[in-house]
Design a protein around this ligand. Structure first.
Ligand code: SF4
Ligand code: SF4
Length: 175
């Protein structure tokens, strides 16, 4: 079973929301597994773009990218603001692929949540087409509980952040 993305690429390419952050340290900054970091380093990117991977030796379970200042906010080091796209799109992290869905912890349970500020998601809510989101979440829940999904979660433990309160909780996942 393979994860597929929810928002069509052509929609994301015209959007100015993802890959930008208001703070230097934030649970929204994507998490990369050791395997993903290794693939990226093999493509010639420096280890210094990762917060914990400051040498060629990557030994932590997962790491976040080190965001850089751009205008009055921060951007992912792999983001190209001129082309409005990701420079490592084929090897971007599982965390990035999941967006606008996120995994969050609340009262000891793990939920799939959605960022309603994503313009594509917002439009579906506004047009009474939330059923499209629900259908995808059913697929996502099956994926996350599959052996591949469990493997991805196991290699990105930091991506399950505490519920920040501004996301729509959609489905509890019982691993
Ligand atoms: S906010 Fe939504 S539409 Fe915009 S780039 Fe992110 S996923 Fe794509
Ligand atoms: S890795 Fe790519 S998709 Fe993920 S935040 Fe960075 S630029 Fe965006």
């Amino acid at each position: 079973m393979q994860l597929r993305t929810f928002v069509p690429t052509e929609v994301c390419l015209k959007c100015d929301r993802c890959c930008r952050f208001t703070n230097k340290v934030s649970p929204w900054i994507p998490v990369f597994s050791v395997k993903e970091v290794e693939s990226i380093l093999q493509k010639g990117h420096p280890a210094s773009v990762f917060n914990k991977a400051n040498s060629e030796e990557v030994s932590e379970v997962d790491v976040r990218v080190k965001v850089k200042e751009f205008e009055d906010f921060y951007i992912c080091p792999f983001f190209d603001p001129e082309k409005n796209c990701c420079n490592i799109y084929p090897v971007r992290s599982f965390d990035c692929m999941l967006y606008p869905f996120l995994l969050v912890k609340k009262d000891g349970s793990v939920y799939i949540a959605v960022d309603k500020e994503c313009p594509y998601v917002k439009r579906l809510y506004d047009q009474d087409e939330k059923w499209r989101i629900d259908k995808f979440v059913d697929f996502l829940a099956r994926f996350l509980l599959s052996s591949k999904g469990r493997e991805e979660i196991g290699s990105h433990p930091s991506m399950i952040a505490e519920y920040p309160g501004n996301l729509d909780l959609l489905k509890e996942i019982k691993f």
